[in-house]
Design a protein around this ligand. Sequence first.
Ligand code: PEP
Length: 246
Amino acid sequence: MRRKLAAGNWKMNGLKASLAELTALAAAPAPSQTDRLICPPLTLVAQAAGVSGGIAIGGQDCHTATSGAHTGDVSAEMLADAGATSVIVGHSERREDHGETDALVRTKAEAIWAAGLTSIICLGESLAQREAGETLDVIGTQLEGSTPDAATGANTVIAYEPIWAIGTGLIPTLEQIAEVHDFIRAKLVARFGEDGNAIRILYGGSVKPSNATEIFAVSNVDGALVGGASLKATDFQAIIDALDAA
Ligand code: PEP
């Protein structure tokens, strides 16, 4: 039985005052079947960990090394030291803005494990790839290349995030979400056996309170990675409630 996961990605948004949103979330009763995670910008990770109560805190990226001459980067060990328990890797904005490859994402995922944290590995097709009928090929290749061999339900979460749905208000049809999530599940089970059944698969891309319930009813959707709607406690709480009730 997989626990559900509501994960918020604040991206490059949030000043100290934004911690009030986290405090508001932390004041709500803990859901029974759902884990909660907020990934604030790096500047807020340590402070967030101090006020988040039962809500886990994560990073949005990390370097492959534990320390060294890498100006501007942060290691998984540093994130762990600041109170993080998970790190997002391979977000499409990192893949696009910083040229991150599947091989790099895989190495980062291993660095995250080495620090004792969970890797949230993001996959997603572009609109051109979807329109060309390449979605499953693209997702299969990214999944294979970005996920290290020792993945388990405890150390890995997969997030399917169609690039064209991120921040656009567009979402795939429920059938399209089911097709990709079922495909990812089958690939995980084929590669990892029973561990493949324990790895949670999140959907990400314009999840809102208004569409959460229908998305969470889709097979093999174990939760969501939420961008914009995680910035406001009331919106994210509504998504948490919809997930816990699903
Ligand atoms: C994201 O960037 O991970 C994301 C899903 O963003 P949004 O919810 O704003 O589409």
